[in-house]
Design a protein around this ligand. Sequence first.
Ligand code: SF4
Length: 471
Amino acid sequence: MPSPKKVLLVFLPSESGVDGARSLYGEREITPFFKWFNRSLKTIIKQSPFAIPPLSLMILSSIEVAGVEQSICDMRFEEFPFNERWDLVGISVQTGMARKAFALADKLRSAKIPVVLGGAHVTLFADSCKPHADILVLGEADDLWKELLTDLTTQTLKPLYQSSGFPDLGLSRPVNKRSLIKSRYFTTNLIQTGRGCQYSCDFCNVHLLNGHNLRRRAVADVVSEVEQFQQHDRRIFFFVDDSINADPLYALELFRQLTPLKIRWFGQATTTLGQQHELLETFARSGCQALLVGIESIEARSRSAHKKNQNKAGELVRAIKNIREAGISLYGSFIYGLDGDTLDTPSAILDFISETKLDVPGINILRPIPGTQVFERLREEGRLLFDPLDVTAYRYSFGQEMLYKPKNIPLDAFIESYSTLTRQVFNIKNAVTRGIAAPRAKSAVMLFNLFYAHLYSLSRHDLQHQLEKKP
Ligand code: SF4
């Protein structure tokens, strides 16, 4: 019998962020006290892994084809295993990590290991990926990957795999976690119930990559996946959908059926949940501990400039209070630097956080992702700070780099005001206070706030460094 074809799926680390916070410019000069503080904080962070597994690679590695063995290499934790034989290596490429992905692909190909590139960046910028790959996979790969693996066994691989539409998620596609090393992750219980988003926020690429129609998996398939996952890992579940309440009837049915399983779960939702009373109660009863909601902006001008019209300011505060009163902790994510923002925006954000008592605020800088509408607009307006033709320059970091010029605020004043804002929001006292006040998941809330105190101090350092370099 011929030996099975060995396929390795690779996930690359980003420059910085929750999976490994680091300065974009190397170690910084700090006082001995802060050295000690950072060392202690890093130890706590190391012992409480925030990393979650790469879901897309979990899905692909679960596709079974006779004569093929698949495994995952998560380069956040390990080096690429060059000492083993690989018949094919697949690399998931996000724009922020494209340079690293291309460097690895080039190295593998020079060692005669065939490389397939897929993921968001490849789907949006296929031409620039071609020189670094033997094979490209464009779009959602659920169906294409099976075809590709079958072609691998018959030595009939094609240079391009692309489908004309989106995969039908109603078909049963069981996901397993055989390729994951459990201890590395915060949890391995990642569940996706559907894809697509009906909104068109101009800074987001979800609707470009996954379409405007909500596609849902069958409730029975999701319930059975939760039952199966629970047997291998009793930790928290994370429903990774961009908005778990986007289809309220579906969500109601799903979480009613999940309630008897007594799981604890995190998810992402829109603030509309605060008005969906029956669903909110069902979420709380089914074990929901915390939700991430995208508040993005409390400035009406900014919401309309960026097509984030679904959040209405007057309803936001009440909605957030309702969710917290139902016993669910909230991570509220803001973006500062949108086109309607001014130097008064930070104090409005501070007032909003204090009124709503958000458990974990996330204060992001607008990050124009190449391929999105906002990237194109900023390019036309001459406001991008890096060469728009080199989209790989738009790396991912955690509020540590300005990629564009804000509309109403000079760059240096913006960086100064953003730094002051993050200093006021994230400190040890606030982390402890928020942890104690959180409706649920108190220690996770405290830890996240502490971690953010560390990350945003990196942000302030790196932004100052960028300002001094004046790109
Ligand atoms: S930001 Fe959220 S609501 Fe807006 S398009 Fe993206 S996924 Fe949809």
